[in-house]
Write a protein that binds this ligand. Structure first.
Ligand SMILES: C[S@@+](CC[C@H](N)C(=O)[O-])C[C@H]1O[C@@H](n2cnc3c(N)ncnc32)[C@H](O)[C@@H]1O
Length: 335
């Protein structure tokens, strides 16, 4: 069974059991389904659906605004040997310091040299995901490498699109397992479209075949517990720390809901879930206006809101892991 090949912030692996309970009946029953995941990230749901015999997925659309990530999906799908070649070359360079007493210093210098040199050069120049060239395979290999070697396995880019994560402890690490990457490659053959860009680019895929059921899973960057109502400084098209971006997404989902046979699931934070002064996670009292007022008012009446508890690491005063509230919003009956 294929599994995500990257560790991703906001990844849904821990929540998969809860999400599965809320899948459309047709998907659970093994009917043939088309699938779109426009905020794919590490693709926990994608690999769950593609890697599991109980689901019958015919064709898939994925997108993300993270260019190197999309290049990694494309290159692994189209030229796995090319990606492996670069991974093996980098692994060899890294392993050369295995027995050296100053391996950390050597690897650290190598890490920064690659991060701010080759990786930045390829990240800022490679955007075309149609034709795969050797450089694209190298970029894909570097995405995997930095996901393994970066601090906390986080793949974070700054506003300029530059990967700026410091290194981890750089002990002896294996960048990838061949049999696992082979399975990812096989699973991705069902992915018909891999788009670098905004979630709205799923529009045509979702609408083009209304005689089959299309399941769409939206997993945007979450609305923060204290959302801002103004657009903050950002050069990206949408800023998901604002309510505006989430209202626009709700509007898009409402539009897709009018298309026959489109089953929609959306994840978000439960903004009624709070952390009190003692660092304890708790739900706010339900208020008179309803449990989830923001989402209630923005989604049409076809949508139902299901609160679920997720295990997550919470970065508040260095607090450890705990459970937080999330919402799963769907436009179909889950009985
Ligand atoms: C919460 S993560 C998705 C995690 C994913 N479900 C997983 O299991 O790993 C949100 C993703 O949305 C992407 N993103 C941000 N803005 C976007 C936009 N306007 N359109 C499409 N993707 C976007 C981010 O790059 C990020 O990968």
């Amino acid at each position: 069974m294929a599994r995500p090949f990257l560790k991703w912030a906001g990844g849904k692996r821990q929540l998969m059991k809860e999400l599965e309970k809320l899948f459309p009946k047709e998907l659970k029953d093994g009917e043939e389904i088309r699938y779109a995941e426009p905020f794919v990230g590490g693709g926990a749901m994608l690999f769950e659906l593609l890697g599991n015999d109980k689901y019958n997925i015919s064709e898939v659309f994925i997108s993300d605004t993270n260019g190197p990530l999309i290049m990694a999906y494309t290159a692994i799908k189209k030229d796995l040997d090319g990606v492996k070649k670069h991974l093996n070359n980098y692994q060899e360079e890294y392993d050369a310091w295995n027995d050296s007493s100053d391996s950390y210093d050597k690897r650290k210098a190598w890490y920064f040299h690659l991060r701010d040199g080759k990786f930045w050069e390829l990240t800022s120049t490679r955007k075309d995901t149609e034709k795969i060239e050797d450089e694209d395979c190298e970029l894909a290999a570097l995405v995997i490498l930095f996901n393994k070697l970066g601090f906390n396995g986080i793949f974070r880019m700054n506003r300029k699109g530059k990967f700026n994560v410091p290194p981890s402890n750089l002990v002896n690490k294996t960048f990838y397992k061949e049999n696992e990457l082979n399975k990812v490659h096989d699973a991705l053959q069902k992915v018909k479209e891999i788009e670098y860009g905004d979630y709205e680019s799923c529009n045509d895929f979702v609408k083009e075949q209304s005689q089959s059921i299309t399941f769409v899973y939206f997993d945007p960057p979450y609305l923060p517990l204290n959302p801002t109502s103004f657009t903050s400084y950002s050069n990206s098209k949408r800023d998901f720390s604002t309510e505006l971006a989430h209202q626009e997404l709700a509007k898009f989902a409402n539009e897709l809901d009018n298309v026959k046979n489109v089953k929609i699931m959306i994840s978000n934070s439960d903004i009624n879930f709070t952390i009190n002064d003692d660092g304890i996670h708790e739900y706010k009292e339900k208020d008179d206006e309803g449990y989830n007022n923001f989402f209630d008012t923005n989604f049409s009446n076809s949508f139902k809101i299901h609160p679920v508890l997720a295990r997550r690491s919470i970065n508040r005063n260095g607090a450890g892991r705990g459970k937080i509230g999330e919402l799963v919003i769907v436009n179909y009956s889950t009985d």
